[in-house]
Every structure is written in structure tokens, then in C-alpha cells.
Design a protein around this ligand. Sequence first.
Ligand code: CA
Length: 331
Amino acid sequence: MPSPAAPAPMKVIYDTDPGIDDAMALLFLEYAPSVDLVGITTVLGNASIDTTTRNALYLKELFEIEAPVARGAAKPLVLPLTEEPHYVHGHNGLGDVPIPDTITAAEHELPAHRFIIEMVRKHPGEITLVAVGRMTNLALALREDPGIAALVKQVVIMGGAFGYSGHSGNVTPVAEANIIGDPHAADEMFAAQWPIVVVGLDVTQECVMTTAYMQELREKAGKAGQFFWDISRFYEDFYRKATGIDGIFVHDSSAVAYLLDPSLFETRTGPIKVVTEGIAIGQTIQKPTTRSFPPTPWDGLPDHTICTAVDTERFLDLYFRTIVEGAAARA
Ligand SMILES: [Ca+2]
């Protein structure tokens, strides 16, 4: 007897700057049965666009991922290029594990923002964008075709910080890396009429994958577990020195976790603006829908959702199960 049909998997485009936690979140998406990964778009951030694109192609090849890789923005919309954070992700963006010089997988012919437009137009109402780098590609797509906002199912981003649990910034006291990397792009993205869920430091810095957790993943998740172990040695060392934690924050995978199981998170809604100049550049500020004020710059902007708390135990368990089962299914 045929079993009842499972709901169709969610079509996802993953916008990313791999990046160690980006690589870990990519396999979380690829291995989640409820996700149909239809594209990977790259952006500068953790490393240059050449490096993040090369890394995305390398991950596609290494883990036999079908989704095409489209190269995205090489620089922020307005700000000048600055040096990449080699001290976080290593010089090659993947913790300085050896990566072959030549990658067989080829790039998609379209640039990232046009790839996004084409896919959204082709699948109206069906595409979810999961953006875990700077928001430059999303802003470029909106500038070229503002009509896509109404056709995207949902946007889930890793970025920003709103001060919950004491988390307000990791590049400055008030700014998170993905947002301060291109604050103008983020502000344009938040002004668009599409539903955004913001998974910021408020929750990502509540969640730590300890050395013991990574060890168990290495033992039980085959090639993926070993790869995550290898690339995260450098990252773990950075966090130990910078924050004193014994393990790594799970930034980008937190956005994927929201997509897979929103019940892991507590949320608040309201319009969001980004500070684009001055000492608070990169700060994300939400006006809660429940509060009224005299006229403010937030008036008339669309409501978005921010995550304010996370059930870390259930999240870490979901990640572990998804990676172990996904790796076993492909072994
Ligand atoms: Ca990232």
C-alpha cells in the first residue's frame, strides 16, 4: 500500500561565503530530507569572491552536490573592499586544509543575483533564500527586479544582533560581520516587502559545538564528520583565543535550523533598519510591532521576524542526526 505522500521538499537557494560554518550549514541543507537545494550562490566575506566560489565548487565536488554554483558579488554595494578575516577562517576560507588547485565542477553561467531572479521567476512562491553571508547578492537582485520580493516564499538570514542574552556584535560592540560587511545591502533587503527571518548573534552565540561534539561527529558521520573536524581546528583555536569558549559557535547552521524547525526558536516581529555610517555602522535595530513611538524612520517598513532565544539542545541534536543520517545514506 502506498504510504501517504510526504510534503514536497522546500526549494532553497543557499547564498554563502564558505567559510567553515558555511560548509557545515551547506551539508545540513543538502542532507535534510525536507529541503531541495536548487542553487548555491557565492558572495565575498569570509574570503574573497574567488576563494569563496572556489570553495563552494570544491564542496559541491567533494560531497557530490547537484545544485549549481553561481558566482556573486566581489565587493560591497557602497563600502570599499577591506581585507578578509584570515584569522577566523584561515587564508583559504576553510581552515587552511589542503584544497586542490583545480576543481572539475564548473560555475553556472549566470551571476548570482541573476540566477536568483531567474529561479524565483521560474518557481513563483516556492523559493526560500537562505543567506548566510553579506546581503549584497540579495540587494543586487532586488535592484534589478524588485518584483521578485512578492514571489519569494521566505528569506532566512544569518546576520545581525539585537542584544538578547547580551549578544550585540562580533566585529564592533554593536555590529555583526555579515551586516557590517555590507550595511547598505542589508538595509535595502530589510526595506523590501518579503518575509525575512533574522537569525542573529542573539541565538547563534548561545549555541556551541564543543570539541567533544565535533569528535563524535567525526566518529559517526563518515567523510562529512572527518571534514568538519579538519576544517574546524583553526576556527576552534580562534574562538578559544577570542572568547574563551571550548568549541565553535554555530552561526550559519542556525539559519538552516530555523528553516527545518522554527519551533526551536522564540521570536519577535517588527521592521528593521541598519545603521550605514558612524560608530554604530552595521548595527541592526528593530522597532517591535508591540511598541508605539512618535514618527520614526521605521514607519511604513515591512515587519520581519528576529530570533530571540533558541533551544540549543534540540538544535544540536537535529544537526547531529541530519548529518549522521545523511552521511550514512550516501556511504
Ligand atoms: Ca557565512
